[in-house]
Design a protein around this ligand. Sequence first.
Ligand SMILES: [Zn+2]
Length: 450
Amino acid sequence: MEFSLTSAAARNVRTGLTWSLLAAFAAIFVLVGVPGEAIAQSSTGAVSSAAEQYQADVAWLADDAREGRGLESPGLEKSGNWMAKQFEVIGLEPAGDDGYRDSFTAQIMIPDPDQADNPHGGERREVEAFNVVGRIPAGAANPLPGAIVVGAHYDHLGMGGQGSLEPDVAEIHNGADDNASGTAALLAVARELVGRRDELRRDVWFVAFSLEEKGLLGSSTFAREPTGGLEMDSVFAMLNMDMVGRLTDDKLQVLGGGSAEEWVELVTPLCEAAMLQCTIAGDGFGSSDQSSFFAAGVPVLHFFTGTHSEYHKPSDDADLINAEGGVRVAGLVSEVTVLTAGRETPLTYVEAKERQSQRMSFKVTLGIVPDYAGPSDGAPGLLLSGVRPEGPAGKAGLERGDIIVGMGDKEISSIEDYMMVLAETEPGSTMPVTVVRNDERVVLEVTFDD
Ligand SMILES: [Zn+2]
């Protein structure tokens, strides 16, 4: 029998999947015809156990045919369409700006390899992509206002290069753990909660983000301009799954556990019930999509099974994925969602403390959170997605949404310009900072801490 399943599935077959299952797979092939695609379609239908379903979804997303789901690749487009199809099959309501789609454009810097030492070296370019957005409206008899957002990014590094830990290897980076695992878990949570809608006291939104690898572009755009009538200040909590496919010894990191006072108390019993050893800690900022929501004042969690030696390399393949583990993490996230959606009193948001590491690299900090997507109209400047009230910027009156265009006598057109000025600034010094706010230029006097 000729299968064109990925190596992972072939090995599973050899490691003892019953011949009847093989027969079932064969039948599906004959029925639907296109290898890979067939698995995708059927994986939402007839596959028996949740772990096999999960493995099939990961295998589909992390198949070479998806070309590593890189920026502007047909593989990324196909993966987004496939996610929309799965949302439809599962029964989520479309909640994008066009069906399940939430299209966006963003500015990115394409580095010029010949100017490696020049931070300005490269070309700024506008790119297009789309998030995939679905919703389960609250089905409980006593609904509550607000919504829970559950998310995972579906893009990855494509053929490598920028962001790869083997940047000189031009090979498909399938990103099975980063983040086909979280994307498949998003589908598993959606399937679970569609069947438990009557337990949901708040609406639950499911968002598959794009261009996370390019600077959280999909999630920062969504947090700035939510679709489907969602208001950011009605988002009760955001749960992010990024790299949940390598559960080992039941150990799970629940990052962002410090972003609300109640998270540890709320999540610990659920971890115990799931027999997962959870480390629940950390503020809401980190290198994944929950940061975009935390910067907007939302309590967040990032579920993470830990890094490994295949991270951001061509070797991050589906055969290394612990499917049972992925399903268990999805199960935990489903329970956290149901419990949080039923909470009467709001979670107590906790501001992030100044990061020691940041202070080390520069002598001063401004106390802002840059929005890597930049101003939506592509205008030059540094858009702020967050301002720490007690930091120099907060004290001077800078606000979320401001666009910094000048610091001292320097023009600021990008985050690189900002970093350059910061690197030259002395503690205790004062400088005029010019921002654009509601199309008006405003000059504010900033004094850096000693
Ligand atoms: Zn990731």
